[in-house]
Design a protein around this ligand. Structure first.
Ligand code: DGT
Ligand code: CA
Ligand code: CA
Length: 588
C-alpha cells in the first residue's frame, strides 16, 4: 500500500482507505474462490487488480468521477467485468459477486484466509480432511498434531503456520506508525483550529514514535471542554462514538482506529502529557524514583507533602527530580532514566540533520519518478543529494537494470548534475546479493557507482542468509546493506539472519547498515540501531521510495534512529555532499 502525503489535503486517509478497502475485497474474493477451488485465471485477475489498487496513488472514486467506466477500463489489469464491479462498489459500497462468493464460505474460514502466511490451499485441506472451520479449530489440530500428519504438511510447515497465527494476534489491533501518521497529523491540525483549544499534543505510543500504535491518545488545554469534545465526536471520519463527556471523548475513526481525547486545565498539562506519553514501564520507574525522593507524581502534577510543586510544563516534572528532559522516543525504560540522572542522555539526531536520501528508486527500475523529478524534489526538500538506487539485473520482476541500462542512467545523472552545477543525484544501485553471496553486477561496474547498497530479495524459508550477507560485505565496493532483516511489520517475520554477527563484520570492514524508512519495513529497527551504535557501526537512512510521494517517510527513519539513541554522528547521511562522497570513495 502506498500513498501520498500532502498536509494541505485534509482527509487523505479516507482516500487511501477506499482504495484499500476495495483491494481487500478483491483479495477476499480471490481467497474465497481459491478455497472453493475455482478458476485460477479469475483468481489471478482479482489479485492483480488488488495489488494495483493498493499502489494506485489517486482516489479511485475521484478517478471514476473524472474518467468514468472507460477510464477504469484503461487501468492495468482492469477489464470490462472488473470495471463494472468497481463501479458497483463505488455506487453501493459493495458488489454482488463479492457478497455471493463470500456467503458460500464460513465466516471462520474467511478470517483464516486473512492471516498472512497461511494459504487457501492449506486451509482447504484442513477444512476437508479435519473439519477445521475457524481459528480455534486450526489451533486445536496444530496442538493435537493432526495437522502435521496430513499429507504434504509436516512439522516445519506447521511451525510456520503457528508463527503466522502468533504474528496475526500480535498485530490484530496495531497499526504501523507510518500508515496512521498522515491521518493523525491532519486530525491534530483540525482540532487545533478550534478557538477553544489553547494547546494540543498527541501522546501515547504515537508520541514515542513506536513502530506500531494501538490507539491514539490526544491531550489538549481548554476551558470549554464540552465544545472541544463536541467538535471531536462530530469529525466526518468518526464511525462510532464510545464516550462523549465534558473532559473526555473517545471515538473510532474509519472503523479502524480508536482515538481518545482528553481535556485538561493549563496548570496540569505538563503532568498529564508526561503521564499519557508513557511508556507504562517508564512511568512506573519514574514514580518509584520520585517516591524515594519524597515526591508523588500523578497525571495532575508533582506533589511534595501534598503541595503541588510542578505540573504545567513537562520539563518541570523531570527537572524537579534532578533529571534532564527525556525525549519521548527514549521513554521505554531502556536506561534513559539513569542516563538522565547522570546527564548523559544522547543528543538525538533530528530531521533537519538529514542532508539527503540514500535509497530512492526511479523510473529506470520499478519507481515512478524521472531523474529530473528526483533532482527537483531534492531541491524542494532542501537536500544536498539523493542516491538513486535502482534494482540490479537479476531482479526482473522489479525492472532490474542491465549493465547497459545502468550506464545509460549514469550518463543521464551526469547530465543532470552538470545542469544543476552540483552532484545532486548520486549514482547508486540496490544490488542483489545472489545465492552464493556474490553481487549482481561485476566489480568493474560497481566501481563506477557512488553508492552501492546490497540487498537480499530472494531467499528460501529455512535458509540462513547470514553468510550471504557477510560475503557481500567483504566485497570492497559495497557500502551498506538494505533492509537487513527483510521483515515487513505485521506481515512477514525477518529471514533467518544473525544481525549481531553481521554488525561485527560491518565494524571490521568499515561498512554501513541501513535503516530502511519505508513504513512497512523500518528495518533495522530501533533496538538493532542502538546495538549498531554500541558496536560502532554507522547507519544510512533511506526511504526506499518508489514514488516521490513516499519521500516524506525519511521522518520515520529518523524516528527509528532517535528511538535507537542515535546522534547526528552515527548517521552517514547527515554529512554534506562533499564529505559523504569522500567517505564513500575512501571506504573502497
Ligand atoms: P498503545 O496504545 O498500545 O500503542 O500504547 P500506549 O503507550 O499509547 O498505551 P495506552 O494507550 O494504553 O496508554 C497511554 C499512556 O497512558 C501510556 O503510554 C502510559 C499511560 N498509562 C496507561 N496505563 C497506565 C498504567 O497502568 N500505569 C501507568 N503508570 N501509566 C499508564
Ligand atoms: Ca495509545
Ligand atoms: Ca489509550
Amino acid at each position: 500500500m502506498l500513498f501520498d502525503y500532502t498536509p494541505k489535503l485534509k482527509y487523505d486517509i479516507i482516500i487511501m482507505d477506499r482504495n484499500k478497502e476495495l483491494a481487500r475485497m478483491f483479495d477476499t474474493l480471490a481467497d474465497a474462490l481459491e478455497f472453493l477451488g475455482e478458476n485460477p485465471f479469475k483468481i489471478r485477475a482479482y489479485r492483480k487488480v488488488a495489488r494495483f489498487l493498493e499502489s494506485f496513488p489517486e482516489d479511485i472514486q475521484k478517478f471514476y468521477e473524472e474518467h468514468g467506466i472507460e477510464g477504469l477500463k484503461s487501468l492495468p489489469g482492469v477489464g470490462e467485468k472488473i470495471a463494472l464491479k468497481i463501479e458497483e462498489y463505488l455506487k453501493t459500497g459493495t458488489f454482488q459477486k463479492y457478497e455471493e462468493v463470500k456467503s458460500k464460505v464460513p465466516d471462520g474460514i474467511l478470517e483464516l484466509l486473512q492471516i498472512p502466511g497461511i494459504g487457501p490451499k492449506t486451509i482447504k485441506k484442513a477444512y476437508d480432511e479435519l473439519g477445521v472451520r475457524n481459528l480455534e479449530d486450526l489451533e486445536r489440530v496444530i496442538e493435537s498434531g493432526e495437522l502435521a500428519r496430513l499429507r504434504g504438511m509436516g512439522p516445519k510447515k506447521v511451525e510456520n503456520i503457528k508463527k503466522s497465527i502468533e504474528l496475526y494476534f500480535k498485530m490484530q489491533d496495531r497499526i504501523p506508525l507510518g500508515e496512521i501518521y498522515p491521518f493523525v497529523e491532519s486530525l491534530r491540525k483540525w482540532l487545533a483550529e478550534s478557538e477553544y483549544v489553547e494547546a494540543i499534543e498527541v501522546c501515547g505510543s504515537y508520541r514515542r514514535r513506536k513502530e506500531t500504535v494501538g490507539d491514539i491518545d490526544i491531550l489538549c488545554i481548554s476551558t470549554h471542554g464540552h465544545k472541544v469534545i463536541d467538535k471531536f465526536v462530530n469529525h466526518p471520519d468518526v464511525t462510532r462514538v464510545l464516550a462523549h463527556g465534558d473532559t473526555k471523548g473517545s471515538c473510532i475513526f474509519n472503523d479502524r482506529i480508536q482515538v481518545d481525547l482528553r481535556v485538561v486545565p493549563r496548570e496540569s498539562f505538563g503532568a498529564a502529557l508526561q503521564y499519557f506519553t508513557g511508556s507504562k514501564q517508564h512511568n512506573v520507574h519514574l514514580r518509584t524514583i520520585a517516591k524515594q525522593m519524597g515526591f508523588k507524581i500523578s497525571e495532575y502534577g508533582v506533589f511534595k507533602d501534598n503541595v503541588k510543586v510542578a505540573g504545567e510544563k513537562e520539563e518541570e516534572v523531570y527537572g524537579i527530580l534532578g533529571l534532564d528532559f527525556i525525549p519521548p522516543e527514549l521513554r521505554e525504560d531502556r536506561g534513559e532514566i539513569e542516563a538522565a540522572m547522570e546527564h548523559k542522555l544522547p543528543r538525538l539526531i533530528e530531521r533537519k540533520d538529514i542532508k539527503g536520501d540514500l535509497h530512492v528508486h526511479s523510473k529506470y527500475s520499478d519507481g515512478t519518478a524521472t531523474l529530473e523529478e528526483l533532482a527537483q524534489k531534492a531541491i524542494e526538500m532542501g537536500y544536498e543529494y539523493i542516491s538513486v538506487c535502482d534494482h540490479s539485473r537479476s531482479v526482473k520482476y522489479a525492472g532490474g537494470l542491465t549493465i547497459e541500462k545502468l550506464r545509460e542512467k549514469n550518463r543521464e545523472i551526469e547530465r543532470i548534475n552538470e545542469k544543476y552545477g552540483k552532484k545532486i543525484l548520486l549514482k547508486g544501485a540496490e544490488v542483489d546479493i545472489l545465492q552464493d553471496g556474490t553481487l549482481d553486477y561485476p566489480d568493474e561496474v560497481l566501481k563506477e557507482l557512488d553508492f552501492v547498497i546490497a540487498a537480499i530479495h530472494i531467499w528460501s524459508k529455512y535458509e540462513d542468509v547470514t553468510e550471504r550477507i557477510i560475503k557481500a560485505l567483504r566485497n570492497p565496493y559495497v557500502h551498506s546493506i538494505a533492509h537487513p532483516t527483510g521483515r515487513l511489520i505485521g506481515k512477514r517475520e525477518p529471514y533467518n539472519v544473525d544481525i549481531e554477527k553481521i554488525l561485527h563484520v560491518e565494524k571490521e570492514e568499515g561498512k554501513f547498515i541501513e535503516i530502511n524508512a519505508n513504513y512497512e519495513r523500518l528495518d533495522l529497527n530501533d533496538v538493532w540501531s542502538k546495538r549498531a551504535k554500541e558496536i560502532g557501526v554507522k547507519l544510512t537512512i533511506g526511504t526506499d521510495a518508489h514514488q516521490i510521494g513516499q519521500m516524506w517517510m525519511i521522518e520515520l527513519g529518523v524516528y527509528v534512529a532517535r528511538r535507537g539513541w542515535l546522534e547526528k554522528d552515527n548517521v552517514l547521511n547527515t554529512l554534506n555532499s562533499e564529505e559523504i562522497l569522500k567517505i564513500l570513495k575512501n571506504r573502497r
